[in-house]
Design a protein around this ligand. Structure first.
Ligand code: ADP
Length: 395
């Protein structure tokens, strides 16, 4: 009998899931993955095997019949039917914000849920859904242990000078500081480097997580030193619908001169800016690269320019740089973006191997390049499954 782990990543109207089963060597092996989308509107369940083959698809006619707990119950029943000879021993959650307290994955209990509730204002678009999913699991499967894995924990190794804003001390003490996100992805990359990129695994590496949310992180000898993301997931690089780094005076201007309410500004900054706002076309990099609109081109150019500036900033924070890694949707798939970033990083001695880049190779720099450049596909779900097994084993 082997152990099954359900990994959950909850968004506003969707829950992504992966089912892992512990293999004979103790490491989690993917059995299936999928999602429930359109919760509350047009619910749609989909599960695929590790090879991408469709295992099940179902739609519901009555959206009201498919609330969060109802969908979770359907998902857990489906998982239990597809465990084979394994037993479901825990659910592992991706939780966007763990504040300063949660520096490691930990078992969910009521005290933790109250702590996480206080962090909702810091991640309004993600944290409430993480919490709702924990509550729904508690409701439908009260005895199932739940483990929370935080996107902020990996960055708690950042030196204090990179965690503080230059604000009055009482605000810093109240938790207004730089937290950093995408930590599970960076942790996975740091863990993979000794095997996949051994020449720089102990060195100073800038990892670029370029998905619909995007950030970069300076990792020195496997530890996070600085990140482009800050107090919330709005800071840093240009993203699909978020502007990234921006003078906070813009927010004052919007309030004082444009009479915008906080909620309107939140929508502008989280949903209407970034690639979508600049291009006026799409938040999807594929659409922009395929478009001949000058605004699409400008959005791509700003995206690339911000990344290359931040490489310099992170290198300065680490006191040097020994390599680059691209990851997540755009980093793993977009050859033109990787080429543009590498060409703009030529001043660091980066020389891209165009053929390796075209074939999405693991190493995309030439042998003569002063810095090695790698493309490492991230796997946040596997990281969560590993942490969940560790926490269960230690408890
Ligand atoms: P998320 O950040 O939502 O977890 P991903 O890391 O999968 O998602 O990244 C999704 C983004 O990756 C999409 O918005 C899309 O812009 C981009 N993307 C995926 N494939 C490609 C591609 N071939 N070329 C350019 N961009 C791509």
């Amino acid at each position: 009998m082997s152990d099954g782990i359900l990994v959950l990543n909850a968004g506003s109207s969707s829950i992504k899931f992966s089912l892992f089963v512990e293999s004979s060597n103790g490491s989690p092996e993917l059995r299936s993955r999928g999602q429930v989308e359109g919760i509350g509107t047009a619910p749609h369940f989909m599960a695929k095997g590790p090879d991408g083959s469709m295992l099940e698809e179902k739609r519901w006619e009555d959206p009201k019949a498919a609330s969060h707990p109802v969908m979770l119950k359907y998902l857990i029943d489906w998982i239990e039917d597809h465990l084979g000879d394994a037993t479901l021993i825990a659910a592992g959650h991706r939780v966007v914000h763990g504040g300063l307290k949660y520096t490691h994955p930990a078992r969910v209990d009521l005290a933790m849920m109250m702590d996480l509730e206080t962090l909702v204002p810091l991640a309004p678009l993600h944290q409430p859904h993480n919490l709702n999913t924990m509550k729904a699991v508690m409701e439908v499967h009260p005895e199932l242990p739940q483990i929370a894995c935080f996107d902020t924990s990996f960055h708690r190794s950042n030196p204090e000078i990179f965690q503080q804003f230059a604000l009055p001390r009482d605000l810093t003490d109240a938790g207004v500081r730089r937290y950093g996100f995408h930590g599970l992805s960076y942790e996975y990359i740091a863990k993979s480097m000794p095997k996949l990129a051994p020449e720089m695994a102990q060195g100073k590496v800038v990892v670029m997580h370029l998905g619909s949310g995007a950030s970069a992180c300076g990792i020195d000898n496997g530890k996070s030193i600085a990140s482009t993301m800050g107090f919330t997931a709005l800071d840093g690089l240009v993203m699909g619908t978020r502007p990234g780094n921006m003078d906070p005076g813009v927010v004052l201007y919007l309030m004082q001169e444009r009479n915008m309410e906080a909620k309107e500004i939140e929508t502008l900054l989280y949903k209407q800016s970034g690639l979508k706002g600049v291009s006026g076309i799409s938040n999807d990099m594929r659409d922009l690269l395929a478009s001949d609109s000058p605004h699409a081109r400008e959005a791509v150019d700003i995206f690339v320019a911000r990344i290359t500036r931040e490489i310099g900033s992170l290198a300065a924070a680490m006191g040097g740089i020994d390599g680059l890694v691209f990851t997540a949707g755009i980093g793993e798939q977009s050859r033109p973006i990787r080429r543009m970033v590498c060409e703009k990083a030529a001043w660091l001695g980066v020389e891209i191997d165009l053929a390796a880049n075209e074939s999405n190779g693991l190493k995309i720099s030439t042998p003569a390049s002063k810095l090695p450049v790698y493309v490492i596909p991230t796997n946040e779900e596997l990281m969560i499954a590993e942490h969940t097994l560790e926490v269960i084993a230690a408890s």
